[in-house]
Design a protein around this ligand. Structure first.
Ligand code: PGA
Length: 263
């Protein structure tokens, strides 16, 4: 039996797309992918906070799961500019993205903060999408797996094996992300995904540690998506720029769906 029951594909639209643009994007993506059975495809979109309320209606109609790009770790309090799990729950968010490299490296978030957010997300019944990845310097120094291990062991500290089944992990090498990024080779991605899986199994055991999907992100495009998804340890794709045009995203999805055999 396959370890995972679905192929996971999604996009974070970062600080792009207004609510109206997000709604149009979701409608188009929904039309494009309407014939693809959602039992075998977990399609998700993570738009801006101000788009969420509108997006919730459009995403539900299109069979697309909705995510938030960040979340505070307290239910309420004097935390100006933060967003509460209760607020995200109210608008129908399912996935909470935690620790994207632009938050870690652009805004100084720490593994300890990602841990507080992950545990809070699990407590509230969200699916945390914890992003991990080494910088170019760390890769050059040959410590990629050590960095991933630290990010996972601190980021998931206190998470139980029972909760671990509800986690998603994104492997996003920092050097691969964005316009100046270079996509990881499929061999390199596969090795890192295997390293991540070993840590998950060490933390949660074979069953729970084997159940969390590990998605690859960082300059995924139409050229490299098929070869990445064909790798045994790559359970899905987390795409930025190449997914923001619904037609292009649809083409990538259609290229990879037939390649996913159940892992
Ligand atoms: P990219 O973004 O695909 O545009 O490199 C990936 C990400 O930041 O998740």
């Amino acid at each position: 039996m396959a370890r995972l029951d679905k192929l996971y594909i999604g996009t974070n639209t970062k600080m792009y797309k207004t609510g109206a643009q997000t709604a149009a994007f979701l409608d188009r993506l929904g039309q494009n992918t309407a014939d693809l059975a959602r039992e075998a495809l977990e399609l998700f979109v993570i738009p801006s906070f101000t788009s969420l309320e509108t997006a919730a209606r459009h995403a539900a109609a299109a069979g697309i799961s909705l995510g938030a790009q960040n979340m505070g770790w307290e239910d309420e309090g004097p935390f100006t500019g933060e967003i509460s799990p209760l607020m995200l729950k109210e608008v129908g968010v399912k996935v909470v993205e935690i620790g994207h490299s632009e938050r870690r490296h652009g805004l100084g978030e720490t593994d300890e903060q990602e841990n507080l957010k992950t545990r809070c997300a699990l407590r509230h019944g969200f699916t945390p999408l914890l992003c991990v990845g080494e910088t170019g310097d760390q890769k050059e120094a040959g410590i990629s797996d050590e960095i991933l291990r630290i990010q996972l062991k601190i980021g998931l500290r206190g998470v139980t094996a029972e909760q671990a089944g509800g986690l998603w992990i994104a492997y996003e090498p920092v050097w691969a992300i964005g316009a100046s990024g270079v996509p990881a080779s499929r061999e390199y991605a596969e090795e890192r995904h295997q390293a991540i899986r070993r840590v998950l199994v060490e933390l949660f055991g074979e069953d729970a540690g084997g159940a969390a999907p590990i998605l690859y992100g960082g300059s995924v495009n139409r050229q490299n998506a098929p070869e990445l998804i064909a790798m045994p340890a790559v359970d899905g794709l987390f795409i930025g720029r190449a997914a923001w045009d619904a037609d292009n995203f649809n083409r990538i999805i259609r290229d990879v769906v037939p390649l996913w055999k159940g892992k």
